[in-house]
Design a protein around this ligand. Structure first.
Ligand SMILES: Nc1ncnc2c1ncn2[C@@H]1O[C@H](COP(=O)(O)OP(=O)(O)OP(=O)(O)O)[C@@H](O)[C@H]1O
Ligand SMILES: [Mg+2]
Length: 384
């Protein structure tokens, strides 16, 4: 048996947010070291990794510095200068998922076109390079407008119910999508190894808060028939086979009222709907991602306990150094696992942490998660 050198790998992570932070923790467990690239000193991931290059994701020089100082480079965000990454890959640097897949996905229009061209069911859409009222009316309401680039956590997406909502449109190059009255929103987190081996985590159900478009509560596993579960997993794997790439991908889907599955979008990175895997599954999504990008065998995705997960968001109207109320009360509830991301400042709806609740009964897990949501309040010191 060949012995692996220690540390196994130096892993570069572009983006120092919560996903990078949880990845850095998993890296330490595997004996790997991490270097984070992020413009903010002491980023959530930088605090854990211990090594951070201060720089921007669009600065070719810092991207190069990162790739050259690591064995493999990955990312926890999508808004990166892919031209530089493609050049670095050409020069022989290991970058996963591939910069080409990232480039395709980071533009919502090219992503949707690639999926639709390959026969993946999605909501009908048209490109909207220059928004104007007549074009919106021609497409027909209700509709969903999505900015081609730069959107995340619901920013860059607006739902327009009728022509009266047109003033809320996004004045940027975008696409228009048919509004899908979904019975459920599902997500499948899939890992793809360097050898093409694909493993799905059990399908999860995402509940969104109306207005903010932000994930409100996640239930794992989803309450869906076994046939739907199998169909969702098969669709996720088919989607990844089309896109290609190595690592964890989050495939978001709508389950329509007619029982049809439509792919909403794909994230080429660890995903908010996989946070519960840290406590609830044999191999969590962050370790799985590292196994994939480093070239180790993928681990079991089996779920050990039902789980409910909520994001802990900054309270509306609050800014500045976070003040977290209700933590002791929340932690007194059995099965509550708290994660705070160490962000230096809160702002309205900013993701400051999350809570996973484990319970043998998923409805009990859900109730406890809702109770925690009422208990924890994140305000900011700058608030008057
Ligand atoms: N065609 C659609 N029909 C109905 N609702 C939609 C549609 N597209 C998006 N939505 C709603 O808006 C939410 C956000 O959309 P989407 O996932 O495309 O954007 P996003 O900002 O990239 O998301 P995130 O970063 O939170 O995953 C979806 O989860 C869904 O609730
Ligand atoms: Mg989404």
């Amino acid at each position: 048996m060949s012995a692996l050198p220690l540390p196994i790998a130096r892993i570069g992570i572009i983006g120092g947010g919560q996903l990078g932070r949880m990845m850095a923790k998993a890296a330490k467990r595997l004996g790997c070291t991490c270097v984070i690239l992020d413009p903010t000193p002491g980023s959530p991931a930088g605090q854990v990794a211990g090594h951070q290059i201060i720089g921007h994701y669009h600065d070719p020089a810092t991207l190069r510095e990162l790739a050259e100082s690591c064995d493999v480079t990955t990312f926890d965000i999508e808004d990166i200068d892919t031209e530089t990454l493609i050049q670095l890959e050409r020069e022989g640097h290991q970058i996963h998922p591939s910069p080409q897949v990232l480039a395709l996905i980071q533009d919502k229009l090219t992503q949707k076109q690639a999926l639709a061209d390959a026969g993946i069911p999605t909501a009908p859409f048209i490109p909207m390079p220059e928004p104007c009222p007549a074009a919106f009316a021609d497409f027909g309401y209700p509709l969903v407008q999505k900015a081609r680039r730069g959107g995340y956590d619901g920013r860059g997406v607006v739902i327009l119910k009728s022509a009266a909502d047109y003033p809320q449109h996004l004045p940027v190059p975008s696409l228009l999508e048919r509004f899908i009255p979904a019975s459920k929103e599902l997500a499948v987190v899939v890992a793809r190894g360097r050898d093409g081996d694909c493993r799905c985590y059990p399908v999860v159900e995402m509940c969104f808060r109306s207005g903010a478009n932000i994930l409100d509560l996640l239930l794992a596993p989803a309450d869906i028939p076994a046939a739907t579960e199998q169909a969702a997993e098969a669709l996720a794997i088919r989607t990844l086979d089309i896109l290609g790439g190595v690592g964890i991908f989050g495939v978001e889907m709508f389950l329509t009222e007619a029982g049809e599955l439509l792919v909403n979008e794909v994230a080429p990175r660890t995903h908010n709907s996989g946070h519960h895997t840290i406590e609830a599954n044999v191999t969590d999504q962050f370790e799985q991602h590292l196994r994939a990008v480093v070239g180790l065998p993928l681990g079991s995705t089996a779920q050990l306990s039902p789980a409910a997960m909520i994001n802990l968001l900054g309270a509306p109207g609050h800014h500045g150094r976070p003040v977290i109320a209700g933590m002791a009360e929340a932690l007194a509830i059995p099965g509550v696992c708290l994660h705070l991301y160490g962000k230096a400042a809160t702002s309205p709806y900013r993701k400051m942490g999350h809570v996973t609740v484990l319970d043998p009964d998923i409805q009990t897990a859900r109730q406890k998660a809702e109770q925690v949501r009422e208990l924890i309040f994140i305000s900011g010191e700058d608030h008057p």
